[in-house]
Write a protein that binds this ligand. Structure first.
Ligand code: MF3
Ligand code: CO
Ligand code: CO
Length: 292
């Protein structure tokens, strides 16, 4: 079949129902020009319609409420299994589905990653939160078929000043990247801001596990690396939806995977690791946080 070329007055490929010339035509022309100049440009499937973004926004509202609820209940002496139960039941009660459950064989409804666990910790009745722990709770919710993904750190009781600073700095790193989220910016700006800041504080940044497109599926393109350089990587355009979720280690960047469960990622040197995750959308004039 010949490649299909959309006429100016045909319906836009995005499904908005608007004429192409009144919808994505201008953007497509600009992207074609940027591509000619050697830029990496997003594929059409990375660009969501307003309707899809609305669906992800609604999933995000529930996802944020779940994390708020976890924050109200988390305490020393509880097991990570109890966090799993809270997340699972709250999600179901509000019409959602916990995306982690059975995702590529993941056995639980949430990831709980304590201290030197970088990510993908599996809740367990044998794992009890204690004073001084830092824990990442990573919640992903499906609502009406749309996915939203976010995680937060929680400090259990009094934690060491170093742990507290790592937790706060990791959130600060994500917030520092937000002003770079705008049309015609670059994906590499995110990694540049985050890694420059993390390195200046003496931390390391995990390179091989990162953010991702999200919304129609759990993990979509593009890959969002938290180490980068300004003005490099994919061009950002309105309608892109992805996560920013840096994993920042107090020590070295090396890690290993739990051989028994095949999921949990630990720092090689046993140092603390923190992570915060937001799902964001690129808008006409900047960004929107869809869940945090
Ligand atoms: N929520 C994680 C992320 O931010 C992915 C977890 S995959 C799971 O991408 F299977 F462990 F849930
Ligand atoms: Co994610
Ligand atoms: Co997540």
């Amino acid at each position: 079949m010949l490649p299909f070329k959309i006429g100016r007055n045909d319906p836009c490929w995005c499904g908005s129902g608007k004429k192409y010339k009144l919808c994505h035509m201008g953007m497509d022309e600009k992207l074609r020009e940027l591509k000619r100049m050697g830029e990496i440009v997003p594929k059409r499937k990375m660009i969501k319609t307003p309707e899809q973004i609305d669906g992800i926004r609604k999933a995000g509202v529930l996802n944020t409420a779940i994390l708020d609820m976890v924050g109200e209940h988390i305490h020393a002496g509880m097991s990570t299994e109890e966090i799993n139960t809270l997340v699972h039941e709250y999600t179901i009660a509000h019409g959602g589905i916990p995306a982690p459950l059975n995702y590529e064989g993941f056995p639980k409804s949430v990831c709980t990653s304590i201290n030197d666990v970088i990510c993908h910790g599996i809740p367990s009745p044998d794992e009890i939160l204690k004073e001084g722990d830092i824990i990442n709770v990573d919640v992903t919710t499906i609502l009406d078929g749309y996915y939203a993904d976010a995680s937060r750190m929680f400090c259990i009781g009094e934690v060491s000043p170093e742990a507290k600073k790592l937790v706060e700095d990791t959130k600060k790193a994500v917030d520092m990247a937000l002003p770079y989220l705008k049309p015609w910016g670059h994906l590499g700006d995110i990694g540049a801001v985050i890694s420059n800041f993390a390195y200046s504080e003496g931390y390391s940044v995990v390179e091989e596990i990162g953010g991702h497109g999200v919304g129609i599926q759990f993990h979509e393109d593009p890959y969002v690396c938290h180490i980068g350089e300004f003005d490099t990587g994919m061009v950002l355009v309105p309608g892109m939806v992805f996560t920013i979720e840096p994993m920042i280690n107090a020590g070295g960047e090396d890690f290993y995977q739990d051989e028994e469960n095949g999921w949990t990622i630990y720092t090689m040197d046993g140092s603390l690791s923190a992570q915060w995750e937001y799902t964001v959308a690129i808008t006409e004039d900047g960004y929107e946080i869809l869940t945090h």
